[in-house]
Write a protein that binds this ligand. Structure first.
Ligand code: BES
Ligand code: MN
Ligand code: MN
Length: 456
């Protein structure tokens, strides 16, 4: 029998090769052009689960992209861990900003560069390899179920129905997800909350057609100008969001909780240098850690209208558009916030334009417990693997399924993430450090060991 450390040492080249093969699939869920690649990726994941020793492996069709399921039930009286992850990735554009092609994984300076390296292929695949170790070395201490989906990056529209229809099959005692960040290899951490999301698209319409900007400009409202003004008015001079009622349900943290949160190591100068900015920005009276962890935000994700091609065209566009997302914190509700946005945006639209607000997907915020045995097991596992006790942090991103699991299956999640905030998720040159990948594989069996022990 090998220890996990020994097993990782003697198999690390293969662990990397397999991950590279997974990363070569352009499994972009946002673009239907990649449908075939999506299916190939799901099959690849299913094969790897089988090879590692999973039973009942199935590529489950949904109305959208398939969900890969697999399990190993060693003893129904033991606790069951459900591992969730996603094999779909974000689009890779703008392609010209990648130093090496997004779907040709390349190692530079100990880091794997590829779309999906950290989000989430590199992270969920650690679980497949940790499972392989546990199977081969008689170290599986719990039942395990895998559910790896293909629509996370587009809002998991078909996952809710799958969970509802498969409650018995998915039944478990704790969900483990590696799809978040930690502070660093020197300072492990566990995210204990995720923000929710309300996503809308707005359309501002003026005249019934594009107009000559000399003939009509100055006499007819320009939808692009109006849209810019409307968007600018959504934050006040303190960078508070101006939508009436927006903050009504926001859970405020106590002074002690805020103090604890701000104890996490964070170097603002390094942060600014990494991003190439001279100053940070955000809601008055909150720190950067708080602005990204415990406060709701509103961001424009895209804005367009009029002529954006080469050269100049003098035109007064008939329409202008924007995609706007709001990150939510407990106890905000995504449907309520979407409704408040719509009402407000329609109310502030001046009479010389029409606005249409269309909701996209949403998701609810969550906090995960820190007093559960699963959290304690994760703490112990990280402490043993990293020789340092992990600290709790609040994540800025969203994984809407976590709240849904809680509602449908009544189980809590542990966010056992090994990425770094600087991994360029959703950006060009996404990367995942080999050290984090291998350390993650090493940590996971320890979690299983401690979770089984503490469950007794
Ligand atoms: N893995 C991320 C979420 C994440 C990243 C959480 C970093 C914590 C730290 C996930 O794949 C993601 O990108 N989610 C989307 C939401 C989804 C509904 C499109 C997000 O956060 O924008
Ligand atoms: Mn992810
Ligand atoms: Mn993502």
């Amino acid at each position: 029998m090998l220890t996990i450390k020994e097993y990782v040492q003697s198999n690390k080249d293969r662990f990397l090769e397999e991950l590279f093969a997974l990363l070569r699939f352009p499994s972009i869920s946002a673009d239907s052009k990649y449908k075939e690649d999506i299916v190939k990726t799901a099959n690849f994941v299913a094969d790897k689960l089988k090879e590692a020793g999973a039973d009942q492996v199935e590529v489950c069709p949904t109305a959208g992209n398939p969900i890969v399921y697999g399990e190993k039930i060693i003893d129904p009286s033991l606790p069951t861990v459900l591992v969730y992850g996603h094999y779909d990735v974000q689009p890779a554009d703008p392609l010209e900003l990648w130093d090496t092609p997004p779907f040709e994984p390349t190692v530079r300076d100990g880091k794997i560069y590829a779309r999906g390296a950290a989000d989430d292929k590199g992270q969920f695949y650690m679980h497949v390899k940790a499972f392989e170790y546990m199977m081969k070395n008689n170290a599986l201490t719990c039942n395990i179920k895998f559910m790896i989906e293909g629509e996370e990056e587009v809002g998991s529209a078909n996952l809710g129905a799958f969970v509802k229809e498969n409650k018995e099959r998915l039944k478990n005692d704790v969900i483990v997800i590696s799809d978040t960040s930690m502070i660093s290899l020197e300072q492990p951490s566990l995210e204990t909350g995720l923000r929710g999301l309300s996503y809308v698209e707005v359309e501002v319409t003026g005249p019934n057609r594009d107009l000559h900007s000399g003939v009509y400009g100055g006499a007819v409202a320009n939808p692009a100008t109006i849209l810019a003004k409307l968007i600018a008015s959504l934050h006040d001079e303190n960078n508070h969001i101006t939508i009436p009622g927006f903050y009504d349900d926001v859970a405020e943290l106590s002074e002690e909780e805020r103090e604890a949160l701000n104890k996490a190591p964070f170097d603002i100068e390094e942060y600014k240098a990494d991003l190439g900015i001279d100053e940070v920005w955000g809601e008055k009276d909150y720190t950067t850690i708080e602005r990204t962890g415990i406060r709701p935000t509103l961001e424009v994700n895209g804005i367009w209208g009029g002529y954006i091609g080469e050269g100049a065209k003098t035109v007064l566009p008939a329409k202008a558009h924007a995609k706007i997302s709001m990150r939510l914190v407990p106890n905000q509700d995504s449907e309520k916030i979407t409704h408040l946005f719509k009402k407000h945006f329609e109310a502030i639209a001046p009479p010389y334009v029409n606005v249409i607000v269309s909701p996209h997907h949403g998701g609810e915020p969550v906090v995960t417990p820190t007093d559960s045995i699963a959290y304690q097991a994760a703490e112990k596992a990280l402490e043993e693997a990293f020789s340092k006790k992990p600290i709790p942090t609040r994540g800025g991103g969203s994984i809407p399924i976590v709240a849904l699991f809680e509602k449908e299956l009544n189980v809590k999640t542990v966010l056992l993430g090994f990425g770094l905030d600087s991994d360029n998720l959703h950006s060009p040159n996404e990367k995942y450090d080999i050290a984090n990948y291998l350390k993650g594989i090493e940590t996971i069996p320890l979690f299983f060991k401690y979770y089984a022990e503490l469950s007794k």
